[in-house]
Design a protein around this ligand. Sequence first.
Ligand SMILES: [Zn+2]
Length: 821
Amino acid sequence: MLIRASLKGTRRVFSLVVLTVLLQASAPAQRNIAGAVRTQLALERLGVVGNVLMIGAHPDDENTGLLAYLARGRHVRVAYLAATRGEGGQNLIGSEQGEMLGLIRTQELLAARRVDGAEQFFTRAIDFGFSKTAEEALTKWDRETVLADIVWTIRRFRPDVIVIQHTGTPADGHGHHQAVGILGREAFSAAADKSRFPEQLRWVEPWQARRMLGRGGGAGASGQVAIDTGDFDPMLGFSYSEIAGMSRSMHKSQGMGAPEQRGAARGYLSYVAGEPAKSDIFDGIDTTWNRLPGGSAVGKTLDEAIRTFQPEQPEKTIPLLAKARPLIAAIPGPQAAIKLKELDETIALCAGLWLDATTDRHAVVPGDSLQVNIESINRSRAALGIAGVNLEGISGEGWLAEQPLSLSYNEPFRRSLKVTVPIGQSYSQPYYLQKPSSGNTYVVDDQEMIGLAETPAVLRARFQIQIDSITISLERPVIRRYVDRVEGETSRPLVVVPPVAVSIPEPALIFPDVKAKTVEALVRSNIAAAAGDLRLAAPAGWTVQPTSAPFKIANADEQATLTFSVTPPPGATRGELQAVAKVNGRDISSNMEVIAYTGYPIQTVFPPSSARLARADIKNLARKIGYIMGAGDEVPRALRQLGCEVTLLGSEDLTGGDFSRFDAIVAGVRAYNVREGGTFVVQYNVADRRSPALQDVGPYPIQVGSDRVSVEEAPVTFLDPKHPLLSAPNKISADDFQGWVQERGLNFASQWDAKYEAVFESHDPNEKPLNGGTLFARFGKGVYIFSAYSWFRQLPAGVPGAFRIFANFLSASKSVAQPPR
Ligand SMILES: [Zn+2]
């Protein structure tokens, strides 16, 4: 952050351009590997029995080239286990932060996996932001919970080979990487030990992977396996490195657009644990059906199916697949069960079988009835019949034929089924968000959900298809299918929603004095003719008037705004205010948010309807603030909480605007500008330090560096306790650095001109002191302050001390005595 007054001379505009470019970058279309190629790949995959699990800390730590090579080239089952969903990162595509960002990253990973062909799992760990040491990460996460989840995923997925993306040493950098490197190694043997996490053995058996490999060091190192992901796959029409680039470019919220590389791309995997490999990742591991009891007959039949496959008449392969089915069904164990599902889907591909289950709306409320339209089309000459359709997830009408009805070529079979959603049906909240998290770990009661990327569809149709003497079983989610004028035919998941959603638009309510504030609450209806009462539940000592207010909303998607007067207690305190609607005798205390970006299905999520409350004495002399927006910036609304009038400044204002009307100007995160007159604020700056903007960040030279203080409890000392910035208008003390979230700050100044005074010192445990977090200089008629402390996190989180310090910054040009000129 920079505060500056009376800066004469230069006037520049930079910074926001970067973001615009990112937003406009066109999305690479998701390539569907279609038709005969898709069927042939499914057949090849059926013939291989082998699993590889890759483990990393975050979305983007995976080696997408290796995933694509293994899944698409070697036809094995591959998965990426990311310890976290990336909740703590920056968001380049919107304002979502924290859990909402985790939800976006989850979908981006699933989109990436649809490209590279791997599966996706997670642990319950939450990405709490940058951490420098494994120790911090393993303390902030529940170590045993994260280890348990890695063990659980290994036991359920049963990998032959585990690839760990981190070394578990400081060489990994990020503390999350180090911690996952350590836990992954521990899990390799713990998964095989029946005395570890025995409660899991109700569902899974202990599992010992054959070997664990890590990132390689380069050619020549001993025990390494070389893999060339640059190999071109003529069937796909791409090299695995090209596919990796497409996959990686799905990480849009991180701005990870990646090149689709062509040509040789040799990489290495190093030995970590288990049986060493000599030349291939699967050395000594039988990846044929022979490894399963009774599997050799299956292998022979599938080999013949692959050998005799005719792309123009794929249905001719069905009899061989039908022959293999009872043989696979007779093999015990989870591996064969998964292969059986793959086989049924492959038969459907060979028959061009279209199975669909749709509704005419995407949302239902508990108690509602719903019509599900079933459609089945045999788009081949194979003799198929439909024997029945059941709805799963929510019980409804099923349909069962006395005799299978034959599905003749291209003749749609249609039925309508009815479902009544039980009154007690829970809303379609992602499973890991159903309960409040415990520290930095999600709370999930249902063991079988743990590890899954997302909650299975709430309503699913199961089709029983008859082929000669066998019946295959195929599941499809119930969705709404519709045509978007821009996107064309599209679909969205069916969700169960409350009749109304309630929210307090202001995420943090700050009371700088004892005066009552007017607080708005919103009720948004999901149904027609919604009526009920709304109240605001406040902690003891706070008063809310009226105690409840009635609402009536005529149509779905309309909303009502209700206002309440909230009076704080006299002393400093923090708490939570929750909006609660009562409709038909039931309390509803959740909001509803819809997240719609291209590349993955529309997500519906139900955040709590609460706002943070903070009462603290905060004096602020600056009333009129000009604000230059940064990326995903929530600071302006926080400043309005102090009674400031905040004007957002666009590039036109910046080049030719009149700033004399402002008491202070604030530049948001990653926005930087220089202006004349008033007070000027810039929060921490653009990632690209070569930017000319950052070489000229202040009126006197400042070098912005990369030092950060990632422990939010790190002590902060006042370098000059008598500094005016610490005394007026608010007397700042160590208390004001209590209750901070995520971090102290980042991108501190590394060098600065002697005309600056450093205000605070802070540093992470066992590191050198850092004075470059906040710099102060008098300049012309005003003052200039650079501060890289993370106000952009503290203010929206309602941290009272952060407001008191920030108010001193904003007030500086008025409160700080002018030096003699
Ligand atoms: Zn990472």
